[in-house]
Design a protein around this ligand. Structure first.
Ligand code: GLP
Length: 244
């Protein structure tokens, strides 16, 4: 694991955007695994700036997102489809037919999960997977207790995740109780992984991810088993690294 401790959120976003931009330059048709949430927003903003200044192009880039809420359509402002369109896709020259997320409105969840795994394979696997970290150690929507062997699957969200994500919704009852998520096996299949972690509320989870035992109770801890992981965190998130 390569760990970069940056001063603050801005510095994390900058380093992450540079790393991603360099990978796009090295492989213009890269398959990027994308994450949503608040953490990567700064990185996406800088990537859009780099596109505007002519430093990078997304013309051939292909993207697969980690997860999507079940029951939310593309146009729902809380869906991850909407987030990706708003924050990145509509602002760069990406071909929308090269962007993929699980379909939250799929009629048959099992078929949707299998189709998503087939898609990952047909793209030739993920070159660079970007991840955020849940306060309970989740990656994607792989909640504590998820078997490492899982591929894309339908998840019952943990109560703590529903509470953590309620800030985006009008009220907590509107937060979906289920989501589609790539599994740990899907994530570990990526050639390179970039984990972004900021803020004190993630400090304990990050300490467990880096220094704790590899356990399904802390899904992010499985990253210790991957051969090419880069973690970029701020000082607040790194504040408990000495304790676990
Ligand atoms: C969410 C998402 C994850 C995200 C994590 C952290 O529930 N499913 O993909 O990485 O939780 O979110 P945030 O960056 O907003 O703290």
């Amino acid at each position: 694991m390569k760990i970069y401790k940056e001063r603050d959120y801005e510095a994390v976003s900058k380093r992450a955007a540079s790393l991603v931009a360099n990978q796009i330059k090295a492989k213009p048709d890269i398959v990027l695994g994308l994450a949503t949430g608040t953490t990567p927003i700064g990185m996406y903003k800088i990537l859009v700036e780099k596109y505007n200044s002519g430093e990078i192009s997304f013309k051939k880039v292909r993207t697969v997102n980690l997860d999507e809420y079940r029951g939310l359509s593309d146009t729902d402002k809380n869906s991850y489809h909407y987030y990706m369109n708003e924050i990145l896709f509509s602002k760069v020259d990406i071909d929308l037919s090269n962007t993929f997320l699980p379909n939250g409105m799929a009629k048959d969840p099992e078929k949707e999960c299998q189709a998503y795994e087939r898609l990952l394979r047909s793209l030739g696997g993920i070159d660079l997977q970007i991840l955020g970290l849940g306060e309970n150690g989740h990656i994607g929507f792989n909640e504590p207790g998820t078997a490492f062997i899982e591929k894309t699957h339908l998840v019952d969200l943990a109560e703590s995740t529903i509470h953590a994500n309620a800030r985006f919704f009008e009220n907590i009852d509107e937060v979906p109780k289920q989501a589609y998520s790539m599994g740990i096996t899907s994530i570990l299949g990526a050639k390179q992984i970039l984990l972004l972690v900021t803020g004190e509320s993630k400090a304990e989870a990050l300490a467990k991810v880096i220094n704790g035992p590899v356990t399904e109770e802390v899904p992010g801890s499985v990253l210790q088993r991957h051969w090419d992981v880069t973690i970029i965190c701020d000082q607040a998130a790194a504040s408990k690294l000495g304790e676990v």
